[in-house]
Design a protein around this ligand. Structure first.
Ligand code: HEM
Length: 138
């Protein structure tokens, strides 16, 4: 069952993200390193996109999601629109769980002992809700 944005653990998401924010550029580099080493099949999709732009994609996506957590309607609309653009980026639905694993691993690497079971659960539910909304836009 995918949680609707209203049911996500907003406080935990905001707090854990605020720890990442000051190191967002570094976090984004690590995310793509994790993604491409865990799932090399995703790399060709980004072949024509420069590294700085790739990193910006992740940071702006995370900023957007965290900023809109308390605005469920905007959250839903924005993510559907984002999803519809991903059709032409070649982002197949089966790639979403791969990005999720790479993101969770990167959070764990950065938050270390602050990466608790509850925080992991909160990001898993958030990512699943985001995936569902984005795929609704396909
Ligand atoms: C939670 C899921 C995702 C989020 C929040 C997200 C977010 C974004 C954002 C904000 C952009 C910048 C361009 C735009 O706003 O249209 C972008 C671009 C891109 N995304 Fe995603 N994305 C997600 C999943 C994926 C997946 C699963 C793939 C495929 C592996 C993917 C591949 C790409 C590519 C290749 C671009 C660059 C497109 C270009 O500039 O040519 N994304 N994404």
């Amino acid at each position: 069952m995918v949680a609707s944005p209203e049911l996500l653990n907003v406080e935990l998401l905001e707090n854990s993200y605020s720890e990442i924010r000051p190191r967002a550029n570094e976090f984004a580099i690590s995310f793509y390193q994790n993604l491409f080493s865990l799932y090399p099949e995703t790399q060709p999709l980004f072949a024509h996109v420069d590294m700085a732009k790739q990193q910006q994609m992740l940071i702006s996506a995370l900023n957007l999601v965290v900023k809109n957590l308390r605005k469920p309607n905007l959250f839903k609309q924005t993510l559907k629109g984002l999803g519809s653009r991903h059709v032409r980026y070649g982002a197949l639905p089966e790639y979403y769980p791969l990005l999720k694993e790479a993101l969770l691993k990167t959070f764990q690497d950065y938050l270390q002992d602050r990466w608790t079971a509850e925080t992991r659960q909160a990001w898993t539910e958030a990512f699943d809700a985001i995936t569902k909304l984005m795929l609704d836009g396909y």
